[in-house]
Design a protein around this ligand. Structure first.
Ligand code: FNR
Length: 181
């Protein structure tokens, strides 16, 4: 079982990329979690697409998603929604339209996210549901939300024990969901 955890933050010290890395460190037996970011993906521009085609970083990310048995979208929350850079990357990944289904349709997909505050990206996750329905992913009903990320996600490998257990349990559940297909 090969899962791809895609972080929607470009920040070097991102809590969401850290959350994806913790998933990779604590993948259940028989599963591998790879971490990806949206780094290098330019702003979507239809003229760029017409004149130059799909940018290489988009193609590279697309191949990683298509090779994965499950996709985890690890989204920060900006003003109650998914950050523009994340939405922009997902928009590129639906171009050209013939690539949308092989990338997303029926792909086991889960939402996760971390915030330094108390709501753990609840609004960003809820706001993503309309888009994910459009992409026709097979969405896991359990969303992972990590609050107080500065305190619980150590950047030196020291994840708070309760949070580590929550992440491991959630990952096992998503693996089971992805295995059922
Ligand atoms: C935020 N942040 C934020 N947090 C939150 O819980 N709800 C929100 O609506 C917002 N809005 C928001 C807007 C903008 C423009 C920024 C820059 C930040 C705070 C955000 O959760 C925090 O910066 C996280 O650390 C971002 O995630 P990464 O980069 O650490 O993964």
């Amino acid at each position: 079982m090969n899962l791809l955890a895609l972080s929607g933050s470009l920040r070097r010290a991102s809590f969401n990329t850290r959350l994806a890395e913790v998933m990779a460190e604590r993948a259940p037996e028989g599963a591998v979690v790879e971490v990806a970011t949206c780094r290098g993906i330019p702003l979507y521009d239809g003229d760029v697409e017409d004149e130059h085609g799909i940018p290489e970083p988009v193609e590279a990310l697309r191949q990683r998603i298509q090779a994965a048995d499950g996709l985890i979208l690890v989204t920060p929350e900006y003003n109650g929604g998914m950050p523009g850079v994340f939405k922009n990357a997902l928009d590129w990944l639906t171009r050209p339209p013939k690539e949308m289904a092989p990338t997303f349709k029926d792909r086991p997909t889960a939402l996760a996210g971390a915030t330094p505050g108390g709501l753990g990206t609840t609004l960003a996750q809820a706001g993503s549901l309309v888009m994910l329905r459009q992409l026709k992913v097979h969405l896991h009903a359990e969303h992972l939300r990590v609050s107080q990320a500065g305190a619980v996600l150590g950047d030196d490998g020291e994840v708070e024990q309760k949070t580590a257990m929550l992440i491991e349990k959630w990952l096992s559940g998503f693996c089971e969901f992805a295995r059922r297909g």
